[in-house]
Design a protein around this ligand. Structure first.
Ligand code: SF4
Length: 219
């Protein structure tokens, strides 16, 4: 990890990655892990809905979104660090990369509580895979700080989690290439927590399906 100001070549590289549609944003790994249809709306169709949860999340993020680096105790913290993986073709910002005792790891900030759904873990693991590729060092664990509990949750990047992330990334590229909008999730609890519900209308589509009309016909 470097604390130097990026040179023009690094800035050009960063702009190239940011503008490349071929690279899946790290935040979208969270979306596809939560619900592939959500990924379809947010990334493939670029449809976003802002509700009070989304606004609260943006406000909560303001501290880490400022960027910069600092010593905190015995750790060096770099906020809003850009990372990418050419192997996976994913790119984006880590809220925080912390380096302590020779080990660097990502820390992600989330507004709520540790979730029932593990999509936050998938996003964090994708960040770790990028960090490994950029530094050449293995990243065994990372942390998610939840504002509601004000605690860090440790996430171990197991072989299973890494394989799951690789699968999610592959599916994200496939959906991105085909433009396919997946069907609604079978899990209504996820829909209750989803800001896209007014756009997605999962209950209405399921009722149409009961009436014998495919959800695709209504899109
Ligand atoms: S409302 Fe439900 S089906 Fe639709 S995108 Fe959200 S989680 Fe997926």
């Amino acid at each position: 990890m470097t604390q130097d100001t990026p040179n023009p070549a690094q800035v050009s590289s960063l702009i190239l990655h940011l503008s490349s549609f071929d690279y899946i944003p790290l935040a979208m790994i969270n979306a596809i892990a939560y619900c592939p249809r959500r990924f379809g709306y947010e990334f493939v169709q670029a449809e976003m809905l802002v509700n009070d949860h989304v606004v609260e999340g943006v406000l909560r993020h303001q501290g880490v979104d400022l960027g910069g680096s600092a010593w905190v105790g015995e750790a060096v913290q770099q906020r809003r660090a850009y990372v990418w993986s050419d192997a996976l073709r994913v790119a984006g910002f880590c809220d925080l990369i912390e380096e302590r005792a020779g080990a660097a790891y990502p820390v992600e900030y989330k507004k709520g509580r540790p979730g029932r759904w593990k999509s936050d873990h998938a996003q964090l693991c994708a960040q770790a895979l990028c960090l490994e590729e950029r530094t050449g060092r293995s990243v065994e664990r990372g942390y998610i700080f939840y504002f509601a509990t004000r605690r860090r949750e440790e996430v171990v990047f197991s072989a299973e989690l890494r394989a799951e992330v690789a699968q999610l990334v592959a599916e994200a590229h496939r959906l991105s290439a085909t433009g396919e909008l997946p069907p609604p999730t079978d899990n209504p609890a996820k829909c209750r927590d989803c800001s896209l519900q007014p756009l997605c209308l999962p209950d209405e589509l399921k009722r149409l399906a009961v009436l014998g009309r495919g959800w695709e016909d209504e899109l």
